[in-house]
Design a protein around this ligand. Structure first.
Ligand SMILES: Nc1nc2c(c(=O)[nH]1)N[C@H]1C(S)=C(S)[C@@H](COP(=O)(O)O)O[C@H]1N2
Ligand SMILES: [Mo]
Length: 447
């Protein structure tokens, strides 16, 4: 009854699934509790940047259609959750595939080879993931060297556990120390019990790690989220001021979407699984390129300029008619027209390239700024500093174009003598992205 390939593919997959699930839970725990990198999100974000724009557009379009078609709730929130799930599933499947290959080529003769082979697999999977994660660097708040060490170490452990387990589950290996008589029923049943016990043991410990990692991580995450949402309700401009249309004769029917979008209901769209968290103390608005003197402005310096307040409706180009990827709030910032003289451009400076911390960018002609004082660098929405997910500490407003041309999390303004296409235009999206007027009837009321 004894065979050389003693464990079936099903068992092999089960082992890889258990060990990879535990690995993901440990990464999650390390991220939420200590701030170490959560590789699945970083790798997802990297993929979203390198894939062709058409593929991404198709993905977004499909996701929006499915979320709307199935009434899955807020498009932006559901889409972000789906992206995060895709990142995690991506790592899980990578673990399954790598585990299955490892299992397929596992030598049965010597345990030490098995562990070395497992370690080699850990390196082969872990090193690229660590490099990509560090390159994107979105999730980690710990130093880069620590991040690479952590990820490589975790994947080495993953590989060695897999290697050892596959070898251990193999009857040829398991019986090696016992003088086994081929075909002896006694030996086979001892082996079976022993392997089953081993599997149960492995299942128990990986399940425990997975559950503890996920639960503790989730608790830590919940705390962060609450802290972020503690958006001082009394400080909101809208909580102490009537809206401009407050005493209009025509009143909207109940159920009509509000003309002013509550901050926590404003859609969020960007290329990040986790929004960049910039630190106000360390942050500067760098002015570089064709200027007499490079500058590094603090947020307070920008706030000292006369503020400009505007009610702005922002929409995503992926918003279908009647969709929820659109929102209106009161933006506060400094008009670029007002700021321009202080930037001291060289005579050939004709365009501003706006760089964001996530690699997003857009180019604005000086002409546009000179012609329209509404172009502004905004630091507040509804009277409070921008929320992290909406671009803290600084974003731009350019009238009449879709969100895809309006960087959040701005870090640098580079003065150039030529125009360049923006992030999404480079990826083949609409060049002008001029916002189309839309009108929606949310509910019909009658008297
Ligand atoms: N840095 C950065 N800015 C960005 C994006 C991004 O991916 N990165 N996405 C843009 C897109 S496509 C839209 S629709 C708007 C959405 O802004 P909001 O999330 O605050 O509603 O942000 C824009 N600014
Ligand atoms: Mo967008």
């Amino acid at each position: 009854m004894s065979t050389t390939r003693g464990i079936g593919l099903g068992t092999g997959l089960l082992v890889a699934a258990m060990v990879t699930a535990a690995l993901i839970a440990i990464l999650y725990f390390g991220w939420t509790v200590i701030g170490l990198p959560f590789a699945p999100f970083d790798v997802f974000d990297w993929t979203a940047r390198v894939l062709p724009g058409r593929v991404i557009a198709f993905g977004i379009h499909t996701m929006v259609a499915v979320i709307r078609g199935l009434h899955l709730g807020s498009t932006a929130t559901t889409a972000k959750a789906a992206e995060q799930a895709m990142g995690i599933i991506g790592l899980f499947v990578t673990g399954l595939v790598a585990g299955t290959i490892l299992y397929g080529i596992m030598p049965v003769s010597r345990g030490s080879y098995a562990v070395s082979l497992g370690l080699a697999f850990g390196l082969a999977v872990g090193v690229p993931i660590a490099l990509i994660s560090n390159h994107v660097g979105r999730t980690a708040t710990t130093p880069p060297a620590a991040n690479v060490l952590w990820l490589v170490a975790i994947f080495l452990i993953w590989g060695s556990v897999l290697g050892r387990t596959y070898w251990r589950l193999n009857p040829a290996a398991a019986t090696a120390p016992i003088p086994a008589r081929e075909g002896s029923d006694a030996t086979v049943s001892v082996e079976r019990i022993d392997r089953r016990r081993f599997l149960v043991h492995l299942g128990g410990s990986t399940a425990a790690i997975t559950v503890i990692g996920a639960v503790v991580g989730e608790l830590a995450e919940g705390k962060h989220r609450k802290m972020m949402l503690a958006a001082r309700p009394g400080e909101l401009w809208s909580s102490t001021h009537p809206l401009p249309n407050a005493d209009a004769v025509v009143k909207p029917v109940p159920g009509t979407r509000p003309e002013f979008t509550p901050l926590e209901r404003h859609y969020r769209i960007d290329i990040n699984t986790i929004p960049p968290a910039l630190n106000e103390q360390q942050w500067r608005l760098n002015i570089t390129g064709l200027v007499e003197q490079p500058l590094a402005l603090t947020l307070d310096e920008l706030r000292r300029y006369e503020p400009l307040h505007q009610f702005i409706t922002l929409a995503c180009i992926s918003n279908p008619v009647g969709g929820d990827l659109i929102g209106t709030t009161r933006w506060t910032g400094v008009s670029l027209q007002r700021l321009l003289p202080d930037l001291r451009l060289r005579p050939n400076g004709a365009h501003l390239k706006i760089h964001a911390s996530d690699g997003f960018f857009e180019v604005v002609p000086i002409e546009t700024i000179k012609a329209d004082e509404r172009v502004m660098l905004a630091y507040a929405w509804d009277g409070v500093p921008l929320l992290t997910e909406h671009g803290f500490p600084l974003r731009i407003y350019i009238p009449n174009v879709y969100g895809m041309k309006q960087p959040k999390w701005i870090t640098t303004i580079e003065v150039m003598d030529h125009r360049e296409p923006g992030y999404w235009v480079v990826r083949g999206w609409n060049k002008e992205a001029v916002m189309k007027a839309t009108s929606v009837i949310d509910v019909v009321g009658w008297i």
